[in-house]
Design a protein. Structure first.
Length: 401
């Protein structure tokens, strides 16, 4: 008898995870002194150590104050059991206070949901806001799990092709041309993979358009705090119906702690709470304790941002001479979206060679745009400064420039 496989298993892979696995294997082989066959002179100046540009994970760990709060909680002897499904009241209050301090916005703690990372927030938001068959629009290129989670849940991604002319962001004119209108829209500012941002006015216009037209807006704001001279705005300031997703993974440098949050419209609070109770019970108690303390670690966190800015500025200045001369402006986050069509039309093969021959791990653009991504790479610059500084030289040697 052949057993059925559920339609959720049809979700496409998140290819960056495969790149991570390949980079780990390459690094392990190099560390063992048994590198695969590599053309002479193409490894890095430090003997071929893999430089990791493939994953959006800060090279730093949790801020010291957050780690120390977790240690105190572990040593205190109290059981770190389940919390309420929406999280510790003290953490929710601290997140609400953050909206007042950063955005001048009064958000009641009752509208805050602490989640199992932003990755845990998206299925909760999608299940509460949409039905199977609903159409949800997003700019392309896009963060792959948006479309993959929607697909697994029986919803339909609607891709809006964007390019350098729109700074890889959707425009109000694009949305107004859609017929029929979608049931939802996902925006991200700063976005992954291009690192570009909507202006506060552009975000406000889109949020109000969605609210007027019955289109549920999901605003991914997980890269807030990581911007370089451009102002950040939250969709919650412009629309009472928007769902805002944020995380402690990026600015707060707490990826492995799996802790995030949502700002929910009133009508979705109880539906999301019921879903969270059943799907996740609660976010990890220890991570919530650490996350609350992370709000008091601004000097350390801002030092991280300054490092990302230096990495960004170095790559923007030096990559063109290495053959990477068509780069997104990188307003925020820690990514460059590189048009490498002058070098390849197959970003998967190009990234495989880049790893095998130059010991640089990068993510092929097809992960973010299946139609046009063969001409693009995503480069993450949140790693150690010494690694980032070595990248242009390796690329020049590899490409013979």
């Amino acid at each position: 008898m052949v057993l059925k496989i559920g339609r959720g298993a049809e979700a496409p892979p998140f290819l960056v995870m495969d790149v991570i696995a390949a980079a780990n294997a390459r690094a392990a082989a190099l560390a063992a002194g048994m590198p695969p066959e590599t053309p002479p002179g193409t490894t890095g100046p430090d003997g071929g150590r893999v430089i990791r540009l493939e994953v959006g994970q800060p090279g730093t760990g949790a801020p010291r104050g957050a780690a120390e709060a977790a240690i105190r909680a572990l040593q205190g002897g109290a059981p770190l059991g389940y919390t309420e499904a929406f999280g510790l009241p003290s953490l929710r209050a601290r997140i609400a206070a953050h909206y007042g301090t950063k955005y001048g916005l009064d958000v009641p703690p009752g509208r805050i949901a602490v989640t199992f990372g932003a990755s845990g927030a998206f299925p909760l938001a999608f299940l509460a806001a949409f039905d199977p068959g609903d159409r949800v629009a997003m700019a392309a290129p896009y963060y792959p799990p948006y479309a993959n989670i929607l697909t697994a849940l029986g919803m339909r991604p609607v891709l809006l092709p964007c390019d350098a002319a729109t700074r890889f962001q959707p425009t109000l004119a694009m949305l107004e041309r859609l017929d029929p209108l979608p049931d939802g829209l996902i925006v991200a500012s700063p976005c992954n993979p291009a690192g570009t941002m909507l202006t506060p006015d552009e975000l406000a216009d889109i949020a109000r358009w969605c609210d007027r037209n019955g289109v549920r807006l999901v605003s991914d704001e997980i890269y807030h705090g990581l911007s370089y001279g451009r102002p950040e705005a939250t969709a919650a300031a412009s629309s009472p119906s928007a769902v805002v997703v944020n995380s402690f993974s990026k600015y707060f440098s707490m990826t492995g702690w799996r802790i995030g949050w949502m700002v929910l419209p009133e009508e979705l609070c109880r539906p999301v709470e019921c879903l969270a109770q059943n799907l996740f019970i609660s976010a990890p108690h220890l991570s919530q304790v650490a996350a609350e303390a992370a709000f008091d670690c601004a000097p350390e966190l801002e030092a991280n941002v300054a490092r990302y800015r230096r990495n960004r500025d170095l790559l923007l200045a030096e990559l063109p001479a290495a053959g990477f001369d068509r780069l997104s402006p990188a307003d925020g986050a820690f990514y460059l979206w590189a048009d490498v069509s002058a070098l390849t039309g197959d970003s998967v093969e190009f990234c495989a060679r880049l790893l095998a021959e130059a010991d640089i791990a990068a993510t092929p653009g097809v992960d973010f745009d299946s139609g046009r991504g063969g001409r693009f790479l995503r480069l993450s610059y949140c790693g150690p400064e010494a690694d980032i500084a070595a990248v242009p030289g390796r690329l020049r040697r590899w490409l013979g420039r």
